[in-house]
Design a protein around this ligand. Structure first.
Ligand SMILES: Nc1ncnc2c1ncn2[C@@H]1O[C@H](COP(=O)(O)OP(=O)(O)O)[C@@H](O)[C@H]1O
Ligand SMILES: O=C(CO)[C@@H](O)[C@@H](O)COP(=O)(O)O
Length: 540
């Protein structure tokens, strides 16, 4: 195999690009931050033009740094968060109060009420999104727009998932990826159709009447070559050549899944490894041959990640973001952040390094948490309760205000994320989706401590691929398939990705400590839910 491929990943906080060879070796990366605007009422907005500029600048820098002749770059793949982009004939249309902000970010919870209304209709398509639509998905957000910004809703020419916006900007093609529309828009990929009745019943009949022209009349598999490749304008902005193949994209978490679950030397079969993508949020991606209906876990989605197979997607809306929020609450936060900056590290990485420096072995880190317990549901419970109203619980915090206590809180937070993951794994297993190993990607999973703690907290081995950027690699695989270097993703996965290390779960006392803490997690989570329900009932 010859040629080079560019993978582009637009996460919540940054756009990144990586240049890979056909064997999956990473030659160079570049990154640009992207702005995020938050306001009360769960409002979170971004600008598609700013994101596009960040994408082009990262690609140009990564290609330059790789020293690969742009003529040898044969394909480009995109992944992004599943935020909703609204574009009119003349460009961005405002989704709120600011003219440039045309993106309702995935974590925006303005459409909670619309989601609840849709769920009360119990339409059959909801069986394929875990039984309940989430306010993080696109149809509640579209309904919110129609009800609250009718001028924007009416004037929109395209409603895109962010990934599909990026491939449109790159190639001019309006095809949507089966990944985005199946996971976030209720497209039924297993029947290759939209359900017009669903759209009519929830109040989005306009979209059905137009035969879905504004949300995607043509849906293609991830990796499909789009249009005539890069347009001249996009190519110039990226420092590439017009006509370079552009692949239909993936949601960011799914790119992490593609970059890891089929790796050679791993679980041996994409159905045996769960991808855990630990970024701002966390996503658990489980592949099955037959559909598994798991209450509270998104899906089953057909062909949304590994083509021809089914996918269950769980996770937590706040994962890295929960750790960021947790440590921000601590009295030692500002001082620790300054020290982390001086050391050139992010605060979570600085805390993880400090924890590793204190303990004799990484698995002993659990002992640092002592009697501190965290249910880190700052932004609701994505799975297995599909409850956007859930909130975090912190137990055992005293008057301590020093660095060691902050490290303890960090460790307790990572434990809490691990127990949420364990709860999802157990719930899925009860419903027919079992796994043998977890394959980690994302910024939060890049540290040796967090990886080991995930193995210890869940009791499952955690696999790490050789590539330090598996999400970018997943996107680059799309570019390789679109360029014809691989016939399909199944062929690209084991060739371009391989497992390099494995974290084995703790034994002995550390294992017993985790088992005990997991029971505490379940108790605190259950009690918090019951207390909230009682309070809400009294207030109604
Ligand atoms: N060692 C760590 N422990 C816990 N969280 C971490 C660690 N390193 C990074 N993170 C968190 O991971 C998130 C960034 O992950 P990344 O995959 O780059 O994000 P995204 O793709 O969502 O923009 C941030 O919330 C960051 O605080
Ligand atoms: O919702 C999904 C995946 O379904 C993601 O786009 C969303 O969680 C955002 O991902 P990041 O945490 O920013 O990588």
């Amino acid at each position: 195999m010859t040629g080079y491929f560019v993978g582009i990943d637009v996460g919540t906080g940054s756009a990144r690009a990586g240049v890979f060879d056909a064997a999956g070796n990473l030659l160079a990366t570049a990154k640009r931050p992207i702005d995020i605007h938050r306001a009360d009422g769960g409002i979170v907005e971004q600008s598609s033009e700013q994101i596009w500029q960040a994408v082009c600048a990262s690609v140009a820098e990564a290609v330059g740094a790789s020293a690969v002749d742009p003529l040898n770059i044969k394909g480009v793949g995109f992944d992004a968060t599943c935020s909703l982009v609204v574009r009119g004939p003349d460009g961005p249309l405002p989704v709120g109060d600011h003219p440039d902000r045309d993106i309702i970010v995935w974590m925006d919870h303005r459409a909670v009420e619309q989601a609840e209304r849709i769920n009360s209709g119990r339409h059959d398509v909801l069986r394929y999104v875990g039984g309940r639509i989430s306010p993080e998905m696109e149809t509640p957000k579209l309904l919110w727009l129609k009800e609250n910004r009718p001028e924007t809703f009416g004037a929109a020419e395209h409603f895109f998932d962010l990934t599909d916006f990026l491939t449109w900007k790159a190639s001019g093609a309006t095809e949507r990826s089966a990944c985005t529309v199946t996971c976030k828009w209720t497209y039924l990929a297993h029947e290759t159709r939209w359900d017009a009745d669903y759209f009519r019943r929830i109040g989005l009949e306009d979209l059905a009447d137009e035969d879905f022209a504004r949300i995607g009349r043509t849906v293609v598999d991830p990796g499909t070559a789009l249009g005539h490749g890069l347009t001249a304008e996009a190519a110039e902005a990226m420092g590439l050549h017009a006509g370079t193949a552009v692949a239909a994209g993936l949601i960011d978490a799914h790119a992490g899944g593609i970059g890891t679950v089929g790796a050679s030397g791993g679980a041996g079969d994409p159905t045996r490894a769960m991808a855990y993508v630990f970024g701002t949020s966390s996503c658990t991606m489980t592949t099955t041959r037959d559909p598994a209906f798991v209450p509270g876990v998104w899906g089953p989605y057909y062909s949304a990640m590994v083509p021809g197979m089914w996918l269950n997607e769980g996770g937590q809306s706040a994962a890295g973001a929960a750790i960021d929020q947790l440590v921000r609450l601590h009295p030692h936060f500002a001082e620790a952040e300054t020290k982390a900056k001086q050391d050139g590290k992010s605060l979570p990485a600085w805390l993880a390094d400090r924890a590793l420096a204190i303990v004799a072995a990484p698995s002993d880190a659990v002992r640092l948490a002592d009697d501190l317990h965290v249910v880190p549901e700052f932004l609701g419970n994505r799975a297995p309760f599909a409850d956007p109203h859930a909130r975090a619980v912190i137990m055992g915090q005293g008057m301590e205000s020093g660095a060691d206590n902050l490290v303890a809180l960090y460790v307790a937070g990572i434990c809490g994320l691990g127990y949420g993951l364990r709860q999802i794994i157990e719930t899925q297993a009860e419903n027919g989706a079992t796994i043998d190993a977890i394959s980690v990607s994302g910024g939060g999973g890049a540290h040796p401590l967090s990886r080991q703690m995930l193995a210890d907290a869940t009791g499952y081995p955690v696999e790490i691929t050789a590539c330090p950027e598996p999400v970018l690699l997943g996107s680059a695989m799309l570019g390789a398939v679109a360029a014809g270097s691989y016939p399909n993703l199944q062929a690209a996965m084991p060739t371009m990705s391989r497992v390099e290390t494995r974290c084995h779960p703790a034994e002995g006392l550390n294992r017993r400590l985790h088992d005990n803490r997991y029971q505490a997690f379940l108790t605190l989570q259950r009690n918090a839910r019951e207390i909230r329900q009682t309070t809400m009932a009294l207030l109604e």
